[in-house]
Ligand binder design. Structure first.
Ligand SMILES: [Zn+2]
Length: 177
């Protein structure tokens, strides 16, 4: 079984509130449960994405890895900063943009994922839907920490076929059910 481990990081003196930390902790438990289910694993192994009217098998920008290999990378906990230890290490720090369209961000050479506190507040108000959105965002961003990218920052159809979007959207879909 793969574990998901959360670390809160403060940046520029900013820290998450206790409520926000509690929320992320709850989502981390949900995320850990989901990624260990056969349902999730099969959705990734047989991942398909749609461009226009056509369905395509597998992920875009997959670095030569098959969907099963990508699943194994995720479950192994191997990322740019950590070896295969069966622990997915998610480091989070707050930042603030007023617009909701900014969800989270990662930077080259930085392990911690910035979460826009405006988007976080929105998710926290939206109950089940919000949980799905934020858990999906967390694993999307983690796939960047694991070294996968997408084409643009606007979430085009082609972007949706990439590893961060594909895995993030799979988690969202399962949690919305
Ligand atoms: Zn992304």
């Amino acid at each position: 079984m793969t574990k998901v481990q959360l670390t809160f990081v403060s940046r520029r003196g900013k820290e998450f509130s206790e409520d926000q930390k509690e929320y992320f902790t709850k989502l981390t438990t949900m995320l850990e449960q989901i990624i260990n289910t056969d349902r999730f694993k099969n959705d990734i192994r047989y991942f398909k994405h749609k461009i226009g009217r056509r369905w395509h098998d597998g992920f875009k920008l997959n670095k030569g890895f098959s969907p099963s290999e990508i699943l194994n990378i995720l479950l192994s906990g191997k990322d740019l900063y950590s070896d295969k230890d069966q622990i997915i290490d998610i480091h989070l720090n707050p930042y603030r943009k007023r617009k909701l369209k900014y969800h989270a961000r990662t930077f080259k050479g930085r392990r911690s994922i910035g979460v826009n506190t405006t988007y976080l507040a929105y998710c926290m108000r939206k109950e089940k839907k919000g949980e799905a959105l934020m858990a999906g965002t967390m694993i999307h961003e983690y796939m960047h920490i694991a070294g996968f990218v997408h084409y643009t920052n606007s979430g085009t159809e082609e972007d949706k076929g990439t590893v961060p979007w594909g895995i993030g959207d799979t988690v969202k879909k399962i949690l919305k059910e």
